[in-house]
Design a protein around this ligand. Structure first.
Ligand SMILES: *Cc1c(COP(=O)(O)O)cnc(C)c1O
Length: 446
């Protein structure tokens, strides 16, 4: 174990490679991983991390890498953010666990109050906390079914909702998430989404297609909930055309269907608003949150209308570790950090830089099919020259070259042809531009 290595603000914000990537120490640790860890637990880049802070991860060989993924949109406030470190250290020294459903504590309640205050909608709300995004989604569905006394759940093409049995079934993409892992839970129905780059439809037209399919194939009175990511994450950072989400919401309200936004990836300042729902003034009946909420500690939540959330009987919701006091302390510090450091505004600046850099490249390279997303949740969809055919080969090559050059760039999309950028909101302009340039050069060289 490495000792006395400081992350957070102590970590110099530079890309600095002192060995090949991966270096010999990382390689030795990855050999141990292969021998000890199940193969199904993959990794994007075979380096072993010893410290992280803002835009940088430091590996075991002393390489300083630019992190354009922030652990999949989790460390929005930066790794080991000072307020988070302090809050966690204080909480750990006080008590580590009681199980909230045995003997409660204030931190959980304070996080619930924050969620009720920050999520869209000025009606009375309640929240419940869990550990992971998938667990929040599962519980949102549990509650919606209990409230409506209906079974059917409507999900969308390209959706990602997690890896538990129910959420696997709700997720669209077979490889790697579902293949061979069935059977999946029943009463999950998938309908087309709005994918402006590929479907050429307005939001209203796309909603018409989806809603007609729901009415004809499921029947509106059987539907407990519609759940959708306001910008699809793993599915390719697909932002629906304007009007799509409001039309779904309106239909749900008219038909007694609980409208749930899965903001696990988009929530907490990531898109330049606290929640992505805010762009179109969409007010979900329920929202699920996780990733960016607690500065890296595992925590998730479901927030919704009081009458829906309170419909489940006492004892019906919970879990041993749900709303851990340590994670709650981290969440309160994280939420304060987004506000105190003006990170919503910062996400908007990050969007402008990414649009500028790839907009410039798109002028001369028609394999940049689409540049999309919001805030610090941006992506480029790569296609074959002169067409819209997904170019997964180029995408894979670019991510690999970037990794070797010390830039962590993640891939997503149903067709594996989207490079996504999810930096910490605290990354510097300089470091962001350097990381993006490595990606641009890798595209040009292929
Ligand atoms: C990551 C993600 C999940 C699952 O969260 P986990 O914490 O990995 O279980 C669910 N929904 C969306 C939109 C996500 O991006």
């Amino acid at each position: 174990m490495s000792e006395n290595i400081q992350g957070g603000k102590a970590l110099p914000q530079v890309r600095n490679l002192v060995t090949a990537i991966p270096g010999p120490k990382s390689e030795a640790i990855m050999a141990r991983k292969k021998a000890a860890v199940a193969s199904g637990v993959g990794h994007a880049l075979g380096v072993s991390i010893v410290a992280g802070g803002d835009g940088v991860l430091l590996d075991a060989d002393g390489n300083s890498l630019i992190d354009l993924g922030s652990g999949i949109a989790v460390t929005g406030v930066g790794n080991s953010a000072p307020r988070v470190v302090e809050a966690v250290q204080q909480q750990v020294a006080q008590f580590t666990h009681t199980c909230f459903t045995v003997t409660p504590y204030e931190g959980y309640i304070a996080v619930a109050e924050k969620l009720n205050e920050l999520t869209p909608g000025d009606f009375e709300k309640r929240s419940a906390l869990f550990n992971s995004g998938a667990e929040a989604v599962e519980n949102a569905i549990k509650i919606a079914r209990h409230y409506t006394k209906r079974n059917a759940v409507v999900v969308f093409d390209h959706a990602y909702h997690g890896r538990t049995n129910l959420t696997m079934g709700m997720t669209a993409k077979n490889m790697p998430y579902k293949d061979g892992f069935g059977p999946f839970a029943p009463e999950v129905y998938r309908v087309p989404t709005s994918y402006p780059y590929r479907d050429g439809l307005t939001g209203i037209e796309a909603a018409e297609v989806a809603l007609t399919q729901i009415e004809k194939q499921v029947g509106s009175k059987n539907v407990a909930a519609i759940i959708i990511e306001p910008i699809q994450g793993e599915g390719g950072f697909i932002a629906p055309a304007a009007g799509f989400l409001p039309a779904l919401q309106e239909w749900a309200t008219e038909n007694g269907v609980v409208f749930i936004l899965d903001e696990v990836q988009t929530g907490f300042a990531r898109t330049g608003q606290m929640f992505a729902a805010e762009f179109e003034g969409v007010v979900p009946d329920m929202v699920t949150v996780a990733k960016g909420i607690a500065g890296g500690l595992p925590l998730s939540g479901v927030t919704g209308r009081a009458e829906i959330m309170d419909s489940a009987h006492a004892g019906g919701l919970g879990g041993t570790y749900t709303g851990s006091p340590i994670a709650c302390a981290a969440a309160l510090a994280t939420i304060e950090t987004y506000k105190e450091e003006n990170l919503l505004e910062r996400a908007q600046q990050i969007q402008a830089i990414i649009e500028e850099v790839f907009g410039e490249l798109a002028k001369t390279d028609d394999r940049i099919g689409d540049i999309r997303g919001r805030g610090a949740m941006m992506a480029v969809e790569l296609v074959e020259s002169g067409s819209k055919t997904p170019n997964a080969a180029l995408t894979g090559a670019v991510a690999k070259i970037a990794g070797e050059q010390g830039v962590i760039a993640l891939i997503c999309g149903t067709f594996g042809n989207v490079i996504r950028f999810l930096p910490a909101l605290t990354i510097s302009d300089e470091l962001l531009r350097e990381g993006l340039q490595v990606v641009v050069d890798a595209i040009k060289a292929n």
